[in-house]
Design a protein around this ligand. Structure first.
Ligand SMILES: Cc1cc2nc3c(=O)[nH]c(=O)nc-3n(C[C@H](O)[C@H](O)[C@H](O)COP(=O)(O)O)c2cc1C
Length: 345
């Protein structure tokens, strides 16, 4: 049963679909201990898009919650978890103690398997108020929704301008482009066909990946951004954020646990969602402003966006947080490639 659970866990979502996890299991007749680590084979220090490993820590939290969510279906009762957090991201670990029990039949495995990131436009249909209240009631004030202007507009500006900065910065662009895969045969990364782009923009994105060009005008970047960020954002039933106080590794892990619990509840009620790791750009910048090759204008822009969000929405984007959009759609779901989870015993 444990091997089936581990096999299914590969479908947990991760930043850039890196699937940066290593899982260590230790069991006897009655108990099962699972320890989660980050794969030391994936290095973050030199990366620009996630150089502090915040996205990886969120992903670690995502996997933690996934185990908690699924274990009863596979005959394990969740007892407790212990987060060991550390400044060195590879030393972060999460110990999950389970005890064996009778499997409890439920839809959870199916819900989990059918969860996916939907980056396309959603139906024009308001977000269920009941669902929102249900999610908020469960959230110890770590979850926020922004349904109306000017708050909603501030977030759209934040995400589109940060994307613009990432597209215009050579180093960031290189990594973003590396993350994108031309087809679905790769085992990690995101297929370009899953980005929800129009055929023309998909073609341009493929060309840009093969022959990366520095475009001379901001507007040449803004047009695809309209299609890939602003338009889908308009066609979202709601926009939300998960935020934990502080910048510790533990806080980023908790963001991961929370976003996954929200995500699965959304799926259970038939909704779709897309998270935005974009704001990690701000957290990374404040962590280490000189690490990046940002222009003066880009630096100013990051600081302005951060202070606007802080004063208007009361969310400190330099701390542990992630934004998402959610809504409803009847479109076919799109699979992303997966590799097997690395396990040690
Ligand atoms: C920490 C984190 C950050 C993410 N950031 C983004 C993002 O900025 N944009 C996006 O479209 N998807 C984002 N995603 C979604 C992942 O790309 C997606 O989950 C992964 O590629 C696996 O695909 P799936 O969700 O369809 O299974 C993020 C997911 C996580 C866990």
């Amino acid at each position: 049963m444990m091997s089936e659970l581990i096999d299914l866990l590969r479908y947990a979502p991760s930043g850039g679909n890196l699937q940066p996890w290593i899982l260590k299991t230790d069991q006897n007749d009655t108990m099962m201990d699972i320890t989660l680590y980050l794969d030391p084979g994936i290095r973050y220090e030199g990366q620009h898009t996630d150089h502090s490993g915040y996205g990886a820590l969120i992903s670690l939290g995502v996997l933690t919650y996934s185990i908690q969510y699924l274990c009863s279906t596979y005959g394990y009762r969740f007892l407790k978890k212990t987060i060991h957090s550390d400044r060195d991201i590879y030393k972060n670990s999460i110990l999950i103690n389970l005890e064996k029990c009778e499997p409890i039949s439920s839809q959870k495995a199916e819900i989990f398997r059918n969860r996916f990131t939907d980056r396309r436009c959603y139906q024009i249909r308001p977000f269920s108020e009941d669902l929102k209240h249900h999610l908020l009631a469960d959230s110890d004030s770590s979850l926020y929704f922004f349904d109306e202007d000017p708050k909603r507009k501030i977030i759209t500006d934040l995400l589109s301008q940060l994307s613009l900065i990432r597209f215009q910065n050579k180093d960031l662009f290189k990594e973003l482009s590396h993350e994108l895969k031309l087809d679905k045969s790769a085992s990690t990364g995101i297929p370009i066909s899953n980005l929800g782009l129009s055929p023309l923009l998909e073609y341009i994105t493929r060309l840009q990946k093969r022959y990366p060009l520095s475009l001379p005008f901001d507007s040449l970047y803004s047009w695809p951004l309209y299609e890939s960020i602003i338009r889908p954002m308009k066609y979202s039933a709601t926009i939300g954020c998960v935020k934990m106080p502080g910048k510790t590794a533990g806080a980023w892990i908790q963001v991961g646990e929370k976003i996954m619990s929200v995500w699965l509840k959304l799926c259970e009620s038939g909704a779709r969602m897309q998270p935005f790791g974009n704001t990690l750009c701000i957290a990374n910048y404040f962590q280490d402003p000189d690490f990046f090759s940002f222009s003066e204008r880009q630096r100013e822009s990051i600081k302005t966006l951060h202070s606007e969000v802080l004063s208007e929405l009361k969310i400190d984007t330099a701390e542990a947080c992630i934004f998402f959009r959610a809504g409803y759609s009847n479109l076919e779901r799109q699979e992303t490639p997966r590799k097997k989870i690395i396990t040690i015993s």
